[in-house]
Design a protein around this ligand. Structure first.
Ligand code: F6R
Length: 236
């Protein structure tokens, strides 16, 4: 693992964007595993800038996102599909048909999960997976549990995740109570993993996840077993 401490959010965003840009340059038809949440917004801004300046070309890129709330349509401005369109896809020359987000409206979430995993496999796996980390150690929406789940699956969100994510909603009651998330199988099979975090409140969970025991009670701790992991952290 490479643990890089930087001085501020801008530096974290710029460094992470450089790594993703390098991946696109080296393999123009790469598969990017993408995340939502507040942490990657600055990375996406940097990538948009690089695309506008002709530094990177998304025309052959495919993307697969980590997760989606159950019950939110792609048009709902709180859905992760909407977030991705708004924060990245609408502003770069990516082919939207090659951008995938789990379907939160699927009737059969088990089938949706199996189809999502099959799609990732058919694409040849993920070249680089971008991750944030929740205060409880979740990655994607893999919440603390008694075991690691390999497949893309439906999850009940923890109270702490609902509270943390309520900042994006009009009221806490509007936060969906469940989601569909990529499991540890696809995340750990990614050729490279890039985890970004910022803020003093993330320090404790980063210590537990990357310098403590590997346990499903701290889902991100499984990343210690990944042989190409970069963590970029800014305390501010
Ligand atoms: C989002 C996701 C989540 C977030 C995590 C941190 O797709 O998978 O695991 O990365 O909740 O969120 P922020 O960045 O808002 O602190």
């Amino acid at each position: 693992m490479k643990f890089i401490k930087v001085n501020n959010y801008e530096e974290m965003s710029a460094k992470a964007a450089e790594i993703i840009a390098a991946q696109i340059t080296l393999k123009p038809n790469c598969v990017l595993g993408l995340a939502t949440g507040s942490t990657p917004v600055g990375i996406y801004k940097n990538l948009i800038e690089k695309n506008k300046n002709g530094v990177i070309d998304f025309s052959e890129v495919t993307s697969v996102n980590l997760d989606e709330y159950i019950g939110l349509t792609p048009e709902n401005d709180q859905s992760y599909r909407y977030f991705m369109n708004n924060n990245l896809f609408n502003h770069v020359n990516i082919n939207k048909e090659k951008t995938f987000v789990p379907n939160g409206m699927a009737q059969d979430t088990a089938k949706e999960g199996a189809d999502y995993d099959a799609r990732i496999k058919a694409l040849g796996g993920i070249d680089i997976q971008l991750l944030g980390i929740g205060l409880d150690g979740h990655i994607g929406f893999n919440e603390p549990d008694s075991c690691f789940t390999k497949e893309t699956h439906e999850v009940k969100l923890d109270e702490s995740t609902i509270v943390a994510n309520s900042r994006f909603f009009a009221s806490i009651d509007d936060v969906p109570k469940s989601a569909i998330t990529m499991g540890m199988g696809s995340i750990m099979s990614a050729k490279k993993v890039l985890l970004v975090a910022n803020g003093e409140n993330k320090r404790e969970i980063l210590e537990k996840a990357f310098f403590g025991p590997i346990t499903p009670e701290v889902p991100a701790s499984i990343l210690q077993l990944h042989n190409d992991l970069v963590v970029i952290y800014s305390e501010k």
